[in-house]
Each structure stands twice: as C-alpha cells, then as structure tokens.
Ligand binder design. Sequence first.
Ligand SMILES: Nc1ncnc2c1ncn2[C@@H]1O[C@H](COP(=O)(O)OP(=O)(O)O)[C@@H](O)[C@H]1O
Ligand SMILES: [Mg+2]
Length: 260
Amino acid sequence: MELKITDISKSFTSTTGERIEALRHISFTASEGRFICIIGPSGCGKTTLLRIISGLEPSGENGIMLGERELNSPTNEIGYIFQEPTLFPWRTLLKNVGFGLEIAGVEKHLRRQRAMAALELVELQDFGDFYPKEISGGMKQRVALAMALVVEPKVLLMDEPFASLDCQTRNHMQAALLRIWEKTGKTVIFVTHNVEEAAFLGDEIICLTSRPAQIKKVVKVPLSRPRDRTSPELNTIRKEILTFLEEERKAGRLSVGASD
Ligand SMILES: Nc1ncnc2c1ncn2[C@@H]1O[C@H](COP(=O)(O)OP(=O)(O)O)[C@@H](O)[C@H]1O
Ligand SMILES: [Mg+2]
C-alpha cells in the first residue's frame, strides 16, 4: 500500500524555551513494496520523522496517507522497529512475538501459530522457548522484527536498527532483512546514517540536511539484488551520497558523524 507524506514540518520547544525546528516541508511517496532509505546526520530529525509517520508524534495539519486513508494515530498497519530492541525479559521469544496479538485479542491457539510463523520468517523457529537474555544482539533485533511483522503491518519503519551491531552481524542482518522484505513485499522506510548500508539496501535513498531536516537529494539505486558491496556500481552510489554529505559539510550545514 502506498504511503504518502505531504509537507510535514515540526518544531519543539526545549526546556529552556528555545524553539527547535526539526523538520521542514518534508514530502515523499513510498509506493507499495518499495525499500526507501533515509540518510542524514545525527540530530537532524530522522527519528522525529518516523515518530510522526507512526502516529506517536502529532503531525500538525499536514498529512500522512496510507492508500486512501489519512493516518493520525498509531495503527497496526505501521510497524516500528527501534534502534535498541525492546523485548520483555520475562517472556520467552515466542511469547514476546505473540504480545501484539494478545493485545489485539487474538485467540491463544491462533496466536501461537502466527507467532511461530513470524519466528520462522526471521529464522528463529528453534529459539521460541529461549528468553531474551539468552540470545545475541542480532537475534534480539530479529525478534523485534518478528514482533513487528506478526500483526501484519503494511509498512515497516526501521530506525537505525543495526547501528549497535558489529560489522559482520550488521551485514548478515541486512541480507536477512532483504530476504524477509522480498518474501513479504512490505513497504520499508529504513533510517540510517551509514552510507554503505543505505546503498546496499535501498531502492532509493532520501538524503536529509542537518537540522532542520529538508530533503535535498533523492538517489535512485537501479541495481538488482543481491548486490555486491564491493562492486564499482555500488561504489558510484556511495560516492554520490558522500559527495552530497561533503557539500553539506562545506556549506557548514552538517554536524559530525554523518559519513561513517
Ligand atoms: N520531544 C522533544 N522535545 C524537544 N526536542 C526534541 C524532542 N524530540 C526531538 N527533539 C530534538 O529534535 C532534533 C531532532 O531529533 P531526532 O529526530 O531524534 O534526530 P535524529 O534521529 O536524526 O538523530 C534534536 O535536536 C532533538 O534534540
Ligand atoms: Mg534518531
């Protein structure tokens, strides 16, 4: 289902009364099944944008449309995956995954079946009886993915989900995510500040300026998958994004940490 963001702006008032402009006139459309990456420096407003799309943060008068419907509060149609997976430590992985279904009032037998299918999708079907403390960071992030997928959202919002993983695990998770995306056909909005990650994953990459975030450039990635991280074609894409970030930095608009 198509997700259409039209002219989203957002400002906060800090505790000292200062106005913080986070987003300025953000508009883009994610057509059904598309993998969109959003890249931008730390603090530019990426999480704010995802929170608004998810309905966790009010969007003001302008809109978010999912298909024909305007969204203005949290809905099961939008799944959200945070940078740090938030699992219930006292629940098994299977029961963690089944939580959203419990809330939705799905009957126990069906709940178990659907939670198991979601665990299978993230290749953790043999770990249903484990507890979160018994598994690695990458596995926890897969459970979080299963928790989001089990309620069958149309769109997945992912907020730097692999940022705290080591490089090898991160590469492995990126490949796993692409497999799941290809299987399920979800529309994905994936926030990152990692240039290689964006080029490896995205159909297109929306480049944001530093705060207030504005869309300055959209890089299309016409490469088929699986992609080779070391190919000249992927490098060309990386270079295009890095050049944008460097231009932003030279213009004095970019803070540190945007190009790792
Ligand atoms: N609830 C809030 N109240 C005040 N300021 C906020 C709030 N949420 C975010 N901000 C500010 O908005 C800016 C963008 O934050 P955020 O969206 O978290 O950036 P990013 O995810 O790109 O690092 C930051 O300066 C942050 O301090
Ligand atoms: Mg953030």
